[in-house]
Design a protein around this ligand. Structure first.
Ligand SMILES: NC(=O)c1ccc[n+]([C@@H]2O[C@H](COP(=O)([O-])OP(=O)(O)OC[C@H]3O[C@@H](n4cnc5c(N)ncnc54)[C@H](O)[C@@H]3O)[C@@H](O)[C@H]2O)c1
Length: 394
């Protein structure tokens, strides 16, 4: 949280025009602890929407730009103490890497939406750009900002469930059960179009969240997988559903289910991890509880709250309220921003402590390419194409 006299970090945004989903969530989350100030944007390709969004955000017309190239060029010309320091990218997927690379080249830190890009190859180029930039890159894996996700991760690390045997992660949604893309729902239109979403639909959109969560909590790397992707709605070109078997490099096995055609489901991300001595279970729609099962002992439910017993320092670092005062999705994203602000102020580069970075982006892209390759090919198992020096779980 900003302390007295500490200047707020000046941020810009691409995407997030009026009517968009995640851009506004970013603006709210970044504002929560008072660390950031929105100073410029290019919110929509629609000029009127762009202008209105800028006005709603309290920006002067000079800081609302017609396109992202103009935003970067104009901001880079401003005096150092006025220009933005960090750019949020909240556009459809195909723009993530081009904008992120240009922003890093222009000297700005980047907080990008996921997935990192539309291919592993372009994300590797982004990693190279980041390497020499002296700037930070954050990836908005929102679910990795939840306190009880960090609590679960620490309990696995501390050996509280023993050697890990199985991981089951599932992410069912139902909003694409019919075809909202034919009824003018913009979020559905670009997500089902390969030109803007990439080679995968559901797996790229939410499978990557499930993948990132599994690697983060387990601290293990998914090394090989067997995937069955499906297209359930007539006329779609990309997967709207998929089931994946996987094995980690460290020897655990598991399943990952991601679907956007599970009729009636909301945003039911859930993970269970089973070790030799116990198990953990966390559900995104009940994020303030973490179930801990222990061999031959009653199960306990750890509860979020700064005054709650049994929580470690990482979980407490991400809490603001006493128990019984629910924190949720906005606070989870705000936690990524809190740590990102700290890293900017400390002059760090690369990945900010506590915030998913380029490694998470590369691994997510390797996952998307492995599931689509496995689906298309004949082999039972496909290995993730990834530099072994890149660790999962970050
Ligand atoms: N982290 C999460 O939990 C989470 C949740 C939802 C979406 N997302 C990701 O966020 C991104 C956006 O998703 P969404 O659901 O908000 O989509 P959306 O369609 O609601 O919003 C996209 C916005 O980008 C704008 N845009 C498109 N092209 C642009 C351009 N060239 N210049 C400026 N603005 C442009 C659109 O006008 C719109 O305002 C996607 O990559 C998605 O995967 C992440």
């Amino acid at each position: 949280m900003a302390s007295l006299g500490q200047a707020r970090v000046r941020m810009g945004m691409i995407g997030g025009g009026k009517g968009a989903f995640i851009g506004r969530v970013h603006r709210l989350a970044a504002a929560l602890d008072g660390d950031f100030e929105l100073v410029c944007g290019s919110f929509s390709r629609d000029a009127e929407n762009n202008r209105r969004t800028g006005a709603l955000c309290g920006l002067s017309e000079q800081r609302v730009h017609g396109d992202w190239q103009a935003l970067l060029a104009t901001e880079a010309q401003l005096p150092v103490d006025r220009r933005m320091q960090m750019l949020i990218i909240a556009t459809p997927n195909h723009l993530h890497v081009p904008i992120a690379r240009a922003a890093l080249d222009a000297g700005f830190h980047v907080m990008s939406e996921k997935p990192a890009g539309v291919s592993l190859a372009e994300t590797r180029r982004l990693a190279e750009t980041l390497e020499g930039s002296g700037r930070l890159y954050g990836l908005a894996h929102t679910y990795l900002g939840y306190p009880m996700v960090w609590q679960a991760r620490d309990m696995v690390r501390e050996g509280r469930i023993g050697a890990l045997r199985k991981i089951h992660v599932e992410y069912p949604q139902g909003w694409l059960a019919d075809r909202p893309e034919t009824r003018g729902v913009k979020q559905a239109a670009w997500r089902t179009d390969p030109a803007s979403t990439g080679i995968s639909g559901c797996m790229a959109d939410i499978g990557t969240h499930a993948f990132g969560l599994a690697e983060f909590i387990s601290g293990q790397r998914i090394a090989t997988l067997c995937a069955a992707l499906g297209i359930h709605a007539d006329g779609r070109q990309l997967d709207d559903d998929g089931d994946v078997l996987f094995r980690t490099a460290e020897g655990a096995s598991g399943t990952l289910i991601a679907s956007q055609v599970c009729t009636g489901e909301e945003n039911a991300l859930k993970i269970r991890l089973y070790g030799e001595a116990g198990a953990l279970e966390w559900r995104q729609m009940e994020p303030n509880s973490l179930i801990h099962r222990v061999l031959h002992a009653p199960q306990t439910i750890l509860r979020a709250g700064i005054d709650q017993p049994g929580l470690g320092t990482e979980a407490r670092h991400r809490l603001r309220l006493p128990g019984g005062h629910p924190e949720g999705y906005l606070e989870a994203l705000a936690n990524l921003y809190k740590d990102f602000a700290e890293a900017i102020r400390q002059g760090r580069s690369g990945t900010a402590e506590g915030v998913p970075g380029i490694e998470a982006g590369l691994r997510g892209m390797a996952f998307i390419e492995a599931v689509t390759a496995n689906q298309a090919g004949e082999s039972k198992w496909t290995e993730l194409d990834i530099d072994p020096s890149i660790q999962g779980g970050k």
